[in-house]
Structure formats: structure tokens, C-alpha cells
Write a protein that binds this ligand. Structure first.
Ligand SMILES: Cc1cc2nc3c(=O)[nH]c(=O)nc-3n(C[C@H](O)[C@H](O)[C@H](O)COP(=O)(O)OP(=O)(O)OC[C@H]3O[C@@H](n4cnc5c(N)ncnc54)[C@H](O)[C@@H]3O)c2cc1C
Length: 387
């Protein structure tokens, strides 16, 4: 089904993203990222130079100033994921959807001036550290704590599963600054690479996204100056997370739709060229029906995601609507990818084939950004009006 959300300016941007991929994201580069377990800094800087990341950063701080128009981010996902480069899409998404927005929307003027211009050039990469080893879904169970001292905070604790956690220069870190677990007991601090007592302790081996790092980090009596308290007001951390999580969840929905579309395309190509019993496997009725299912699902995914992007642009995408998008799209993505793998036969299980990699990447979409069970909880609370 033809999508009608893009305008000429988006089409031009898409061409530029395609050119960027051809030049900077070659198969050889992708192999290098997988071997290194991370996307190299030069590629991130080149992406920033081309305006492919830093999209949400206002122009006055050197970014593209596309704060509310999420369509540009969608194009990046469509093209990068469509080229089988899930890890690169992930690294871009962390910078633009998970790290920068906390400074763009909630940072003080000084914080914006200090970090955003260098984030816009890719010189500084960010990460978001919410999850503690002992608390993921239950964010208010986080025990990483920051005690107020003269001029700042002393931070102790640990974070795990942090995307871009090894490569990041700054980590927007969710910490406990008060007693108990009331929402106002938490704050967000910017922890900077190189601060005494801050270690990127371990890079984790993952099932998928091999070219993009996920790390543990530890904080041992780290002094964080009070200028690094996001927004400059203590006790706002939980609220600040709640404000940005709809964007994070929309971004996962977009990535899921892009991956499902890519899976459909790879599967169409494969089934037309592979023969069995003297005919292309695309000609078997079962294959045709499965491809019809996949194509229809992709259409519905985009129709839903496009509507969500439109609502986001108008500032109207609510937390429960973003939660619906996240869980529903990632579950359809999983079905489409699984079907695509099946139609590739044994080759679908071999990671030389993009469908196999995308399948492994996709598994975490139902887990991170809030598990799909937690998403259903959020939606259920909204529809029933019960806590
Ligand atoms: C590759 C990867 C990248 C990640 N990137 C980041 C990142 O950049 N920053 C960050 O902060 N975190 C990140 N995470 C962490 C991720 O957000 C958490 O793993 C996720 O929120 C789940 O938390 P948990 O692992 O502690 O699982 P748990 O909270 O222990 O959940 C375990 C199971 O119990 C279920 N469950 C828990 N509570 C309920 C409930 N109330 N009702 C029903 N079921 C429930 C969950 O749905 C899940 O199935 C990442 C994780 C991975 C794997």
C-alpha cells in the first residue's frame, strides 16, 4: 500500500541516506563493526556530518532541528535496516532517540551549550543508563544512588545492558537521590567518561546486534558536579524518563516496521530465485499465501506507525498509545521475520543472510524499551482506568 506521509524534502533526504550507506556502510565496514563489537567513531562522525544523526538537535546547537518531524528518523531506519545494517541503526537510534532528547527537551541552557554542539558533530556519543542489575522493569527498584555533597553528588552503584555503554562519552544516568521509591526520589545525572570511579566494566555478548555494543558500567564514589543534574532540579528523574519513553517506544515501533518490510523484500527475492521440484519456491501456493500475509502485515504496520508518527509530530502521542505501538509492532515484526526465515529454508538460519541477522536482532525488540508485558500493563491501565 502506498504510504503518503513523505514530502519532497524527505525524498531528497532518503537519497542522501542511500548515498551515505553506499559510501560509509559497506559490507566490509559492517564486518569490521561486528568484529569490534561496536560502530567506529569515524562512521558516527560522518553520519553527523551528513545530518543523519543529530536530527533532533536544534539548529542553534548545530543539529538539523527536526525535533518533532520523526519522518526523517523513520527514513534512516528504513534505509539502514533495509540494507541489513541493524547494528548501525541501533547506534544511530541511541544517540538521537535515547540520549540527545534528555538534553534537548529537559537540559538547562548551560547543559545544552556544553554537550549538544559536540553531539551534533558526533564528537560526543551518549547513552541512557536506566537499568540496574537488580531492577529493569521495576525502575523504582533502582538502587544506584547519588548522595548530595558540596557542589555535586557522590555516585555509587552499577548499570547493566546499556546500549552504546562502552562507546558513550556521556551517560544519562537514572539514580536515586531521595529516600523510598516515590517518583520524586529519582534524578537523572550526566556521568562523563573519564570521571574517577566510573568504569565501563564489561561488554556483553549478545544474541544479535553484534556490531553495536551493550555494556555494564560501575560507579564507585564518582563525584558528579551539580551542573550535570539534568534540568538542574533534583527529584525530576522519573518524570523525565516518562516524558521521553513514548519517543523511545515509537522509535522501536518504527524499527520493527522497517525490519518487517526488509524481511519481506529479502524473502521475495530469495523465493523467486530458489528452485525446488523444478520451479521457483515462490510459485508454491503455500509460499504465495505466506508472502501475501507478510505483505499485508507490513502495510498495516506502516499504516499504524505512520499515524503514530503523525500524532508524535503534533505532540499528541500519549504514553499508552506509544506502548501499544511498541508491543504490537514488535510482535508483528517477529511473526514476519520468523516466516521469512522459514521460507529461506536452511539458509535462513545462516548469518551470512540478512534475514538471519535481522531475526536475531529483532528478538530484543520485545524486551528492551520496556518489555511487552509492561507495555500491556500500561495499555491495560489506560483502558480499564485501574492501577
Ligand atoms: C540488548 C539490550 C539493550 C538494552 N539497552 C538498554 C539501554 O540502553 N538502557 C537501559 O537502561 N536499559 C537497556 N536494556 C535493558 C532493558 O530495558 C531491560 O532488560 C528490560 O526493561 C527488562 O528488564 P529486566 O531485564 O530487568 O527484566 P525483568 O524486569 O526482571 O523482567 C523479567 C520478566 O518478568 C516480566 N515482568 C516484570 N515485571 C512484570 C509485571 N509487572 N507484570 C508482568 N510481567 C512482568 C518481564 O516482562 C520479563 O518477561 C537493554 C537490554 C538489552 C537486552
Amino acid at each position: 500500500m502506498q504510504r503518503n506521509i513523505y514530502e519532497d524534502i524527505h525524498d531528497d533526504f532518503r537519497e542522501m541516506v542511500k548515498e551515505f550507506i553506499k559510501r560509509y556502510a559497506t559490507a566490509e565496514k559492517a564486518r569490521e563493526w561486528e568484529e569490534a563489537g561496536e560502530v567506529d567513531r569515524d562512521t558516527m562522525k560522518a553520519a553527523a556530518e551528513h545530518g543523519i544523526i543529530g536530527l533532533s538537535i536544534p539548529e542553534e546547537f548545530g543539529g538539523a532541528g527536526m525535533l518533532q518531524d520523526y519522518r526523517f528518523r523513520a527514513i534512516v531506519n528504513e534505509e539502514v535496516i533495509g540494507a541489513g545494517l541493524g547494528s548501525l541503526a541501533g547506534a544511530f537510534g541511541i544517540q538521537d532517540d535515547l540520549a540527545a532528547p534528555y538534553l534537548v527537551h529537559m537540559g538547562t541552557q548551560e547543559q545544552k551549550e556544553k554537550w549538544l554542539p559536540r553531539m551534533a558533530t558526533g564528537e560526543i556519543l551518549g547513552a541512557l543508563g536506566m537499568t540496574d542489575p537488580g531492577a529493569g522493569s521495576d525502575l523504582r527498584g533502582v538502587t544506584t544512588n547519588a548522595k548530595k555533597v558540596d557542589g555535586g553528588y557522590i555516585l555509587n552503584g552499577a548499570k547493566t545492558f546499556i546500549s552504546s555503554g562502552k562507546t558513550a562519552d556521556i551517560v544519562v544516568t537514572f539514580v536515586k537521590t531521595g529516600e523510598g521509591n516515590r517518583p520524586d526520589a529519582f534524578s537523572l545525572l550526566i556521568v562523563e567518561d573519564g570521571m574517577d570511579g566510573f568504569e565501563h566494566s564489561k561488554t556483553l555478548n549478545k544474541m544479535g546486534f553484534h556490531g553495536w555494543d551493550t555494556a555494564e558500567m560501575s560507579f564507585s564514589d564518582v563525584f558528579v558536579p551539580e551542573e550535570n543534574l539534568i534540568g538542574g532540579v533534583e527529584g525530576q528523574g522519573f518524570l523525565q524518563l516518562m516524558m521521553n519513553l513514548p519517543l523511545e517506544r515509537l522509535s522501536i515501533g518504527v524499527a520493527a516496521a522497517a525490519a518487517a518490510e526488509a524481511a519481506l523484500n529479502w524473502t521475495l527475492e530469495y523465493t523467486k530465485s530458489r528452485e525446488a521440484f523444478g520451479q521457483p519456491i515462490a510459485d508454491f501456493q503455500n509460499t504465495r499465501f505466506r508472502l501475501a500475509d507478510m505483505a499485508t502485515t507490513v502495510d498495516v504496520l506502516w499504516a499504524y506507525v505512520d499515524r503514530a508518527m503523525d500524532l508524535y509530530s503534533q505532540g499528541k502521542l500519549s504514553a499508552d498509545e506509544a506502548a501499544k505501538v511498541k508491543f504490537w509492532c514488535t510482535e508483528r515484526e517477529w511473526e514476519v521475520l520468523d516466516q521469512g526465515v522459514q521460507l529461506h529454508g536452511g539458509y535462513g538460519y545462516i548469518t551470512e543472510y540478512p534475514i538471519a541477522k535481522a531475526f536475531l536482532d529483532a528478538r530484543v525488540h520485545r524486551i528492551y524499551g520496556g518489555t511487552n508485558e509492561i507495555m500491556r500493563e500500561i495499555v491495560a491501565r489506560a483502558v480499564t482506568g485501574r492501577k
